[in-house]
Design a protein around this ligand. Structure first.
Ligand SMILES: *[C@@H]1O[C@H](CO)[C@@H](O)[C@H](O)[C@H]1NC(C)=O
Ligand SMILES: *[C@@H]1O[C@H](CO)[C@@H](O)[C@H](O)[C@H]1NC(C)=O
Ligand SMILES: *[C@@H]1O[C@H](CO)[C@@H](O)[C@H](O)[C@H]1NC(C)=O
Ligand SMILES: *[C@@H]1O[C@H](CO)[C@@H](O)[C@H](O)[C@H]1NC(C)=O
Ligand SMILES: *[C@@H]1O[C@H](CO)[C@@H](O)[C@H](O)[C@H]1NC(C)=O
Ligand SMILES: *[C@@H]1O[C@H](CO)[C@@H](O)[C@H](O)[C@H]1NC(C)=O
Ligand SMILES: *[C@@H]1O[C@H](CO)[C@@H](O)[C@H](O)[C@H]1NC(C)=O
Length: 448
């Protein structure tokens, strides 16, 4: 109760000094503001793809005498429509507004950013599938990949068997291979069901894993941050009486209109601080269900399957590994892998009590739509900053280096470490395989 009052006070106080986003004119104009605060940087895992910021002091270009000889890409699908469960909130909001249209027409002094409601708002969003911006993001990624690693041959693309993931892989394939793609490459799929062991969807074969580990955090945080926003909006929209779910729906309308149409009237209705509270909800969801806030070390156990793949492929001396692994999955695949690597970990862990302004777990930067987690294996011909002819590993997350700070001996200029160090530092992952004692203890015996 006390916490809730405190949060209410903080939200109210920050509202007074907050700038509100100007009414939407066009998608491009809407996203950036004079003070450098950008909406697209604060929409959590529902942000459109952007290059991540380069960490301070880290150089993003390797020395000229270094060559990448192997990469493994885990690519999140591009922007999509809301999930059915999320669409319900937007539809609920729409019908509330339709029902109250007479009341809204009668409101005098409606602030500019709410004027769109006089023309009525009803949603035409679909659900689950890739959107037009999602098509563009993944096609562009294919082109960019071809240009970035011209020295590496590829033939096969692998996608988790879900429509938006497969479609993303198909656009990428066309961008990467061009119009002869169907003759020069193969698209394979791996089921995302509960009987297929997969580093893309490891939680599906972990019976004790539950989405509610994250979802329950979002409910608790929502009970803190949504009521003051509800009160503010209902003050403006006298008589409409938005419920907490409607307010939640308005946030979803903002992010998903953007994800589908590139513009939304709803984003301008919120203050920066309110958007950041919604962003934190998304961070809590992901860290709770696919990261460090899972019980015990479940997050690391699940993510170990992907880390094991990297090490297996980068160390395979038998010559069976290929130069490029191009694989498509989810934000969840990337978040679990980060957790197994021990990266982006907050200490103390994130909680529902308050939103820390500084935090390492940032889904806006780490797992936006079309996120790209790229492990690069490289070596350099003459010794300079790197030992000659020694394989090294670098992690590129959304086209910027993500320092491998959990290696024993990371170099501080590039954020890389030797493959041997990377392998030794991730022994907890390589010591874990699906169905062994540690897996079964964490996940419960899968029973098949
Ligand atoms: C619709 O409006 C009527 C009258 O204002 C109200 O009684 C009813 O609860 C409203 N329904 C919804 C879903 O908002
Ligand atoms: C809207 O205003 C008109 C004129 O004042 C009034 O007759 C009508 O009842 C109002 N409608 C609602 C839903 O408040
Ligand atoms: C694929 O190969 C077949 C057989 O060589 C050829 O007929 C067809 O035109 C090719 N398709 C594309 C898109 O290059
Ligand atoms: C997999 O899911 C199906 C329902 O989709 C369920 O009937 C079955 O028991 C599950 N199997 C395992 C091994 O969890
Ligand atoms: C989520 O919350 C519900 C209701 O409080 C509770 O019954 C359930 O055990 C929680 N689930 C998890 C995984 O924490
Ligand atoms: C090398 O790759 C093959 C085929 O992918 C695999 O069966 C084998 O276990 C790998 N070896 C190592 C040392 O990872
Ligand atoms: C873990 O569970 C799997 C599936 O039921 C079983 O085959 C395996 O023997 C178990 N592992 C251990 C170490 O008990």
């Amino acid at each position: 109760m006390q916490l809730q009052l405190l949060a209410l006070f903080v939200a109210a106080a920050s509202f007074i000094v907050e700038t509100r986003a100007a009414p939407a004119v066009s998608a491009r104009e809407q996203l950036r503001f004079n003070d450098g605060w950008a909406l697209e940087d604060h929409l959590g895992n529902l942000s459109p793809w952007r290059k991540a910021p380069v960490p301070e002091g880290i150089s993003e270009d390797l020395p000229e005498n270094c060559v990448v000889d192997q990469v493994m890409l885990m690519h999140r699908h591009g922007s999509r429509y809301p999930l059915v469960t999320e669409l319900l909130f937007i539809q609920g909001l729409s019908s509330r507004l339709a029902n109250a249209s007479d009341i809204i027409q009668n409101l005098s002094d409606l602030p500019d950013e709410f004027q769109f409601l006089k023309k009525s708002y009803s949603t035409k969003l679909g659900h689950d599938d890739l959107t037009a911006p999602g098509r563009r993001q993944t096609f562009d990624a294919g082109v960019e990949f071809r240009l970035q690693y011209p020295q590496l041959a590829a033939k096969t693309i692998l996608a988790g068997l879900q429509d938006r993931v497969v479609e993303s892989a198909q656009w990428f394939q066309q961008g990467f291979f061009g119009r002869t793609y169907s003759n020069t490459s193969v698209l394979e799929t791996i089921p995302e069901d509960n009987v297929t062991i997969s580093w893309i969807t490891p939680m599906n074969t972990c019976p004790l894993w539950q989405y509610n580990y994250g979802n329950n955090l979002t409910i608790a945080w929502g009970n803190t941050y949504l009521p003051p926003i509800q009160e503010r909006l209902n003050d403006v929209l006298q008589g409409v009486e938005l419920s907490l779910d409607d307010v939640h729906g308005a946030f979803y309308a903002c992010v998903y209109d953007l994800a589908a149409w590139g513009v939304s009237p709803w984003c301008s209705v919120f203050t920066h601080s309110e958007i950041e509270d919604f962003e934190y909800e998304l961070d809590l969801l992901m860290v709770g269900a696919f990261g460090y806030n899972l019980p015990g070390d479940m997050g690391s156990v699940l993510g170990s399957l992907l880390v094991d793949k990297v090490i297996e492929r980068f160390t395979n001396a038998s010559g069976t590994s290929v130069p490029m692994y191009l694989e498509f999955g989810h934000d969840t695949s990337i978040d679990m892998a980060l957790t197994a690597l021990g990266l982006a970990q907050d200490d103390p862990p994130l909680t529902v009590d308050s939103r820390p302004s500084e935090r390492k777990w940032r889904t806006s930067q780490q797992v936006p739509f079309a996120a790209r987690m790229v492990f690069e294996r490289f070596s350099c011909s003459s010794s300079s900053e790197f030992e000659a002819n020694t394989p090294y590993v670098r992690l590129m997350l959304n086209a910027s280096p993500f320092p491998l700070s959990t290696c024993q001996d990371m170099d501080s200029k590039y954020g890389t470490c030797t493959l041997a160090d990377f392998t030794a530092s991730n022994k907890a992952s390589t010591d874990t395989v699906w169905g062994d004692a540690r897996w079964n203890q964490t996940c419960g015996n899968p029973g098949f």
